[in-house]
Design a protein. Structure first.
Length: 556
């Protein structure tokens, strides 16, 4: 394979003298331009700990590329902090940013004719966006996750950002003093790195290793560990090897690889957002999954990892236990994955997993004969409220049924005010609608609300459903991605205050107890709400976005 299979068009020959002149203006030599040009897509941004350290890692990636015989060219894209924007208008930008990041990586790589690319990612949407861009372009490349944050400490206990959200609810309920809330706030996030439980960033980091787009064992090393710099350097060798061997993303992104990734989400109790993002990546790879595929894989995969938000441990503990390769080895030994799938290193899943080094006596990843739960954490429910499905995350601790009166809210803000105003009671089913991909727009996460419910002491007695999303830090009986969404006239738009809603996880059902005739009558009378935005990026997104059941990708 010609290693300059794309960049030759921009660097070689008499007619490209002007381009070479411009490259030389910024320090590139003839020797540099004679080598393969490797893009380094850096999602660094100075707004959040998740991506704050990525300049350091990108510099190491570039050193590694040069050492392996390539010429790196770094470029930046954007990121939006989910944790900082949670519960605000700014959260509408989060899922929209996934499309913008994927588009911008694709645009620069296509425009600058890079031969390969390394995507350096951190916060939630940057990870699937990188996978989407690689799948679209089918350009040799890999994803490097910047790593998890270290846990904070509060009175001898490990804490994460999840604890801050729940402390807000506890404070509102009079169960935590202002001084204690401030102490939790001051100590939860001690340095750079992405949120510390098996929330969305660490879930999608796991996905990238198990699907094969990240070298196995690279992502689970924490952000501020010295080993992370070494791993970033090694990415240069990996990407140059992929280029030389002609390993492309669509060689990696097979049906079996997607199922391996889903098994990874299920066995780690990962974020429901993985459903949305894997659906999106599959469509970019032109290998569509269906939402019910997640149920099938989850049913045959045991829950093995005792991780927050429902478990005892944080993501740094996974690294101490031996990292993602130990999880991969468990799944391989239990025949829950296909070991023959290709990874970006050129080795198979089985070859990488069999090199795992488990720490003796670790308690984070359970043995196969003693799973935390016999089936995985992801559950897909359907019913007259979600004919196209909705997603729940069920740990070993969650209730499996709930029946109660609907408390209906037209936005997250309305629901949050009700929770903190002590207007939600045990037994209620909180329904938040018009927060879907189109209706939001942007399908906001509901961690502020779910965290406040738990903090109020209602986590074990209240259920919640929404056409929006949940943070990976959410736990309790919570159902998101209800489809069709309210803005499209989905049945969730027809629910009225006080309607009885029945949720049965074992039967995979979520229903409102009204007749079909009554549902049809209500939907016939339904009128769409006027759009929140009529110009700008949100209006454009609302016009182009597909259903959550298709990964909320944008379509021309």
């Amino acid at each position: 394979m010609d290693l300059k299979h794309r960049s030759r068009s921009i660097t070689d020959g008499r007619d490209q003298a002007p381009a070479r002149a411009m490259f030389k203006a910024i320090g590139f030599s003839d020797s540099d331009l004679a080598k393969p040009i490797i893009g380094v897509a850096n999602t660094w941004i100075e707004t959040m700990p998740c991506n704050f350290h990525l300049r350091r890692l990108s510099a190491k990636v570039k050193e590694g590329i040069r050492a392996a015989g390539g010429t790196p060219m770094e470029f930046n894209t954007i990121a939006i902090s989910d944790g900082e924007t949670m519960g605000t208008e700014g959260m509408r930008a989060s899922l929209v940013s996934r499309e913008v990041i994927a588009d911008s990586i694709e645009l620069v790589c296509r425009g600058q004719l890079f031969d390969a690319v390394v995507c350096v990612v951190g916060c939630d949407k940057t990870i699937p966006a990188a996978g989407m861009a690689l799948a679209r372009m089918n350009l040799p490349g890999l994803v490097l996750y910047g790593g998890t944050i270290a846990p904070g400490k509060f009175r001898g206990k490990d804490i994460t950002i999840q604890d801050v959200f729940e402390a807000v609810g506890a404070n509102a309920a009079g169960k935590m003093s202002d001084a204690d809330l401030l102490e939790v706030e001051n100590n939860a996030c001690p340095a750079a790195g992405a949120c510390g439980g098996q929330y969305t960033a660490n879930t999608m980091s796991t996905v990238m290793e198990l699907i094969g787009l990240s070298p196995m064992g690279f992502n689970s090393v924490p952000a501020m560990e010295a080993r992370k710099d070494e791993i970033a350097f090694r990415c240069g060798e990996v990407v140059m090897n992929a280029l030389k061997k002609g390993i492309r993303p669509r060689d990696i992104l097979t049906r079996a690889a997607f199922e391996n990734a889903i098994a990874g989400v299920a066995t780690t109790g990962g974020s429901t957002n993985a459903v949305l993002h894997l659906l999106a990546i599959s469509r970019e790879a032109e290998l569509p999954l269906q939402i019910d595929d997640f149920q099938k894989v989850s049913e045959r995969t045991p829950l093995l990892c005792d991780l927050k938000p429902s478990g005892r441990f944080v993501a740094t503990d996974v690294d101490k236990a031996g990292g993602i390769p130990v999880i991969a080895k468990r799944l391989l030994d239990g025949k829950h994955v296909d070991g023959s799938t290709l990874t970006v290193t050129g080795k198979t899943f089985a070859e990488e997993a069999n090199a795992a080094k488990e720490t003796a006596g670790q308690e984070v990843i359970a043995p196969l004969d003693r799973p935390l739960k016999k089936t995985g954490g992801l559950v897909i429910l359907r019913g007259n409220l979600a004919p196209d499905g909705c997603v729940a995350k069920i740990s070993s601790h969650e209730r499996l049924s709930h029946r109660g009166p609907a408390r209906v809210f037209e936005s997250e803000e309305e629901a949050m005010a009700a929770v903190t105003g002590k207007k939600i009671k045990a037994g209620d089913v909180v329904v938040i609608r018009n927060e879907g991909p189109k209706g939001g727009p942007g399908m906001r996460e509901m961690l502020s609300v779910t965290g406040a419910i738990v903090g109020e002491g209602l986590g074990s007695s209240v259920a919640l459903m929404t056409d929006g999303r949940f943070s990976g830090a959410t736990h309790g009986l919570m159902m998101g991605h209800v489809a069709p969404e309210a803005a499209l006239g989905g049945p969730i738009a027809a629910v009225k205050e006080g309607d009885t809603i029945n949720i049965d996880v074992n039967k995979r059902v979520v229903d409102v107890e009204i007749s079909k005739e009554e549902m049809d009558k209500r939907l016939k009378e339904w009128k769409p709400k006027p759009p929140r935005y009529t110009t700008g990026v949100f209006a454009k997104y609302a016009a182009l976005v597909a259903s959550a059941g298709e990964g909320a990708i944008t379509k021309a």
